[in-house]
Design a protein around this ligand. Structure first.
Ligand code: PMP
Length: 284
């Protein structure tokens, strides 16, 4: 049985309670972060904290728990649950109040919940095989840069891809790829240039995206941050996605078209290797 964290307390998972009046439950009025654990250490914790604070600020949500306290909670859960490899999920909501579209009073305490999940991340069968992607019209709201728990549309998109035999969906808005259902999307052109959507309100500013692009630049790989079409993606020599739990994950097929050789490509494989090495070195 796992130990989880709820509002200041470490409790057994079957004793954890959140109110039915919680605005996370009623309005998806809530943000979250998922941090990977390798070798019992946190990967890019500072990046996740920074983005959490930004999400909170954008929604005028107040969390009276410092980054140092969040780090202590994360570390305690890793230790208590003996997580060598896996994830920590952290969610903050605007708290519990009578149901009303207007926000509750400022002094309503936020709800803070964290739990761990054991998961093999390094030896990923999907990364070894490469993903099959189907594209889906991006029907999410206009603030995809805020990491809210409104995940129904990405969940539907992933299921649509799975129903066709795919592994994941890439979302397309106005004919241009935004990102994956829960990851950022990349293609590699035949001149070796890596192309990924530029940062805006239409995509999540991935913590892994930032680190992987830095690795790419260190490796003297050329990077272009701009929109691309599905046609351009199908003509690419490689494609891949990035996320905190998937690291760099190759794509071998888009809407039934084979990408490059149909096997994980050298750019994605190199970036996966370098990213994992660098992040393990810097883990805390
Ligand atoms: N885009 C979306 C829509 C996501 O849900 C995620 C995963 N949280 C990402 C991108 C990747 O972000 P990160 O690298 O911070 O996990």
């Amino acid at each position: 049985m796992r130990t989880v964290y709820v509002n200041g307390e470490f409790v057994a998972e079957d004793e954890a309670k959140v109110s039915i009046f919680d605005r996370g439950f009623l309005f998806a009025d809530s943000v979250y972060e998922v941090t990977s654990v390798l070798d019992g250490k946190l990967i890019d914790f500072a990046g996740h904290c920074r983005r959490l604070r930004r999400s909170l600020r954008e929604l005028q949500m107040t969390l009276r728990v410092s980054d140092e306290e969040l780090l202590d909670i994360h570390r305690h859960l890793v230790e208590k649950n003996e997580i060598e490899e896996g994830l920590i999920y952290m969610q903050v909501t605007r708290g519990a109040a009578d149901r009303d579209f207007a926000f509750p009073p400022e002094d309503t305490p936020a709800t803070l919940v964290l739990f761990t999940q054991i998961k093999g991340l390094l030896d990923s069968p999907l990364a070894a095989r490469g993903q099959k992607i189907f594209t889906v019209e991006d029907q999410r709201w206009g603030r995809c840069d805020i990491k809210t728990v409104q995940l129904l549309f990405p969940s539907l998109a992933k299921m649509e891809s799975k129903s066709k035999g795919g592994d994941d969906a890439w979302l397309v808005r106005d004919g241009l790829v935004t990102e994956g259902s829960s990851n950022n999307a990349y293609i590699v052109l035949d001149n070796g240039t890596i192309v990924t959507r530029d940062l805006s309100n239409l995509i999540l500013h991935g913590i892994t995206r930032r680190a992987v692009l830095e690795c790419a630049r260190h490796l003297q790989m050329k990077v272009e941050e701009r929109p691309f079409t599905i046609e351009e993606a199908k003509d690419a020599v490689e494609a891949f996605s990035t996320s905190a739990s998937g690291f760099v994950c190759p794509v071998i097929e888009i809407d039934g078209t084979t990408i490059g050789s149909g096997e994980p490509g050298p750019v994605a494989s190199k970036l996966r290797e370098v990213y994992i090495t660098e992040m393990r070195k810097a883990a805390i």
